[in-house]
Design a protein around this ligand. Structure first.
Ligand SMILES: NC(=O)c1ccc[n+]([C@@H]2O[C@H](COP(=O)([O-])OP(=O)(O)OC[C@H]3O[C@@H](n4cnc5c(N)ncnc54)[C@H](OP(=O)(O)O)[C@@H]3O)[C@@H](O)[C@H]2O)c1
Length: 237
């Protein structure tokens, strides 16, 4: 396994939930973390959790539901830490539960803006710099959701994420910028709700696996964080 010591990761949507766990896992292996959330105040809890790990932290903000917000995130990195070696496209939204026929077009648009168009813009902004530097790991959070037409905008957006992950991996073949999808499992977060199968902490260490991939390793693959749970986590989850 490669060391992430001294590398820098942007974790989109790391103020809470799975993104916060990713940020903590990266800090534990001494990877510098750029925390992202919508409003500056939302980052405080994550920043507190990252204290004491001897890493550099910074915060970028921006609502990925707007093009201006996406640009704010990209500019925040460029004007701040400068570049990222690892990009976790973790921020996402889920539409309200509704009969599929009644889901308004705006729900499809809003969900695709955050889950797909913002993700594509982030890849477009950061992947070329990774190519120039000869190293990059892009990890796109996907979902195992299926047979849930009431959440179709969310489910279809994640299918688009999977497809874009494969296409981008093909584009970047040979560059050592690896692009993979990561299914965290169904977790008790604000999005997953209280009835989900697993505690949010069970995403570690699995969420880190695609970041730790060796040079010119697998790309265009799908990883499942729950495959890497320890026996203790199995018992607790
Ligand atoms: N939870 C599950 O069971 C589950 C299952 C499969 C896949 N996933 C995927 O895992 C990822 C994380 O899910 P989660 O459960 O941790 O979600 P969550 O608890 O709802 O947290 C969402 C994170 O994304 C950020 N975010 C949401 N909307 C945003 C926007 N418009 N602009 C910028 N940031 C925004 C939030 O920032 P603020 O705090 O600033 O709002 C927050 O940090 C998502 O991609 C999700 O699809 C989750």
């Amino acid at each position: 396994m490669e060391s992430l010591l001294g590398k820098r990761a942007l974790v989109a949507g790391s103020s809470r939930g799975i993104g916060q766990q990713i940020a903590m896992g990266l800090a534990q292996v001494r990877c510098n973390v750029v925390v992202h959330c919508r409003m500056p105040g939302n980052a405080e809890q994550t920043l507190e959790l990252l204290e004491g790990h001897e890493i550099e932290t910074s915060v970028v903000t921006g609502d990925l539901g707007t093009d201006e917000g996406v640009e704010s995130v990209i500019q925040g990195v460029t004007a701040g830490p400068g570049h990222v070696d690892i990009l976790y496209n973790n921020a996402a939204i889920m539409n309200e539960w509704q009969p599929v026929w009644e889901i308004p077009k705006t729900a499809w648009q809003d969900t695709f803006q955050v889950n797909v168009f913002a993700l594509i813009a982030m890849c477009n902004a950061f992947a070329p710099v990774m190519v120039e530097r000869g190293y990059g790991r892009i990890i796109n959070l996907t979902s195992g959701i299926k047979d849930t037409p009431q959440l179709a905008p969310y489910g279809v957006s994640k299918a688009a994420v999977d497809k874009h992950t494969e296409d981008l991996a093909a584009e970047l073949r040979g560059t050592n910028v690896l692009v993979n999808a990561l299914d965290p499992g169904w977790l008790r977060t604000d999005m997953g709700g209280p009835n989900a199968d697993h505690d949010v902490t069970t995403v570690l260490p699995g969420v880190l696996v695609p970041a730790f991939l060796y040079d010119h390793g697998p790309s265009g693959q799908r990883y499942a964080a729950q495959d890497f749970r320890s026996d203790e986590q199995h018992a607790a989850a």
